[in-house]
Ligand binder design. Sequence first.
Ligand code: PMP
Ligand code: GLN
Length: 382
Amino acid sequence: MAPDGTISATIFAEMSALAEATGAINLGQGFPDEDGPDEVIDAARRAIKRGVNQYPPGRGTLELRTAIAEHQKRFYTIDVEPDTEVLVTAGATEALAATILSLVDEGDEVVTLEPFYDAYGALISLARGEHRTVPLRLPDFQPDPDDLRAAITDRTRLILINSPHNPTGTILGRDTLELIVELAHEHDALIVTDEVYEHLTFDEPHVPIASLPGAWERTITISSGGKTFSTTGWKIGWITGPATLITAILTVKQFLTYVNGAPFQPAIATGLALPDEFFTDIAATLKNKRDVLSHGLEKAGFEVFDSKAGYFVVADAAPLGYDNAITLCRELPELAGVVAVPISAFCHEELAGEYSSLVRFAFCKRVEVLELAAAQLARLGR
Ligand code: PMP
Ligand code: GLN
């Protein structure tokens, strides 16, 4: 907060406001421009009609907790007990908030990858923790094992990872996940894993770190229905993990929102039970969108990094003569009628330099919108 009491908006809110004000195509904030499956939307409508409009139970409805447990079993063969090992939250954001606020004491270190989703830095500050980061190295945005070994120490309380990753679209390799579990044991740290893009991988299946040997008892897994069912505004998220950790997180969560989204809970339960082909189809559709935008960006003169999952692709504007992505993103609505987000918005200042000409573009939009954006961006090279 500034001394005059104003607060700065998140980069996503700022960029969506810029798109709104200029009429530019919004490839900044990651939200789809189409509705998710009818089964899910209709289930919410029906729930409102039949009066599912009052506070649900604190841990979430049994129907949704059971659906989450069945989902973990079906996709990852992880056994989860719906009564004690699942907690429904107001999006992944509240899951992250309650987890960090309940488990981090003043001065505890939290290690994240960098670039990192903006809420991580803010929540670690709220908990008065110390934020340490491990850089993702270009061109494939993987962490160096030695950097992980150096960052994770006996002072580390949480190792907070995000795979598939926002903003880079990278997926952490199995070796990296195994090393993280090993380091968590060695230094008695807990693992928090943000897997909101779990169903949006393009060429390889998602591997939850909790499924690795020795991981479950020290891992808190966070996900959300927002991305999978194109319902980012519903804010139905969840946590799975050992009962004692879930109880600790619940003690904080009950005073953040208490509960949320009564009629959306049965709707997301319906979504989680959809047949396998729904899940393969959404990934295939998004992969095509990734290709449309990535090729368009390449044709426009950007150097484009391979996005393996999620909603976003990173492109380097340096070949077009733009070394500062922050300046470029401010000017982009005027130059090309497009809004995007500089990668440095996901970095601490010291590190922003390495990523200073990198831009994040969202491809979770209709194909014709992506094609139009790409055609407009081609103006930059002229
Ligand atoms: N984590 C990551 C990596 C995200 O990209 C987002 C944004 N969609 C969230 C958490 C927040 O998810 P939710 O909208 O469910 O709170
Ligand atoms: N996760 C979305 C993104 O990265 C935005 C969510 C938000 O606006 N907080 O674009």
